[in-house]
Design a protein around this ligand. Structure first.
Ligand code: SAM
Length: 280
């Protein structure tokens, strides 16, 4: 086993970085970047800037989940006696970024794992959206092919939760109209360039937002948040009559009233009286 060479305990340090404003790097994250024996990064050029900002001169090593078993295995070996920091190009590692397989293998090998919480665009956008935050589902990037994208949306259309998507400018308008088609025309927000100079959040229905960006795809990094489905409009008297008349062709008054009450969410007793009238 290699000996510990820095002031940090050996293990894996998951370091959240800024999503734009370098001032959002936490003091604790900066300290780990200065002390780690090695920093595993997505892109050495991008991370070199953050390391400079943190006053770190630690060596970097490129890492992706598809880097190959041997790169990952070597890093996990090193964690036995050295401190390995994991850093993404932006925000929290593992959130639409590399790291999941490294954490999985480090855990299986019994390594010490420490996380340094910090910014993530998904959570930042959720806080800006004005949409319910009690239940939300992070959807990451939607597939780019229309069929796969529609299937992903259909899978979650019935969920009573705010949905959070990562998006890119050129795909934005098309994705928003696909969301309207598969989820219904819900309230939504488009947050762009969070914590940067041109930060903006636009709110509206999915079709309004799709129209807004159709001819002018926005620049920069984007998160789309979509509110949960609204309550269904209560069934009208005409809907109830039509459903009762159809049910009465198959069922007794009592059973027809029960079936329609369940289907339309209406009062069973009222429907029983109305079914009696209709039958008469
Ligand atoms: N790990 C990152 C996190 O914790 O948010 C996400 C990495 S993912 C590869 C990059 C995507 O995150 C971008 O395409 C965009 O959708 C979103 N994103 C990152 N920074 C952003 C920002 N400042 N404003 C809006 N969206 C951002």
């Amino acid at each position: 086993m290699e000996t510990q060479s820095s002031g940090l305990e050996p293990g894996l340090y998951i370091v959240a970085g800024p999503i734009g404003n370098l001032g959002d790097l936490t003091p604790r994250a900066a300290e780990v970047l200065r002390l780690a024996d090695v920093v595993a990064v997505e892109d050495t050029r991008v991370s070199a800037r953050l390391l400079r900002h943190a006053g770190s001169d630690r060596p970097m090593i490129p890492y992706h989940d598809h880097s190959g078993e041997n790169v990952r295995a070597r890093l996990v070996d090193r964690m036995a006696g050295e401190s390995v920091a994991l850093l993404s190009d932006a925000g929290t590692p593992l959130i639409s970024d590399p790291g999941y397989k490294l954490v999985r293998d480090a855990r299986a090998a019994g390594r010490r794992i420490i996380t340094l919480p910090g910014p993530s665009a998904a959570i930042a956008a959720l806080t800006l959206s004005g949409l319910p935050t009690d239940r939300f589902l992070f959807m990451g990037f939607l597939p780019s092919k229309a069929k796969a994208r529609g299937d992903s949306l259909d899978e979650v259309a019935g969920l009573r939760a705010t949905l959070v998507f990562y998006e890119s400018g050129p795909r934005l308008s098309e994705s928003l109209s696909a969301m309207a088609a598969h989820l219904g025309d819900r309230e939504a927000a488009v947050s762009r360039e969070i914590s940067k100079t041109f930060e903006e959040t636009a709110c509206g229905t999915l079709t309004e937002l799709s129209a807004r960006y159709a001819d002018a795809p926005p620049k920069g990094e984007i998160v789309v948040t979509v509110g949960p489905p609204g309550e269904a409009a209560p069934a009208s008297a005409e809907d109830a009559d039509a459903a009762l008349l159809e049910a009465l062709t198959r069922l007794s008054v009592s059973k027809a009233a029960g079936e329609v009450a369940k289907k339309l969410g209406l009062d069973r007793r009222t429907l029983y009286d109305r079914a009696t009238e209709l039958k008469g």
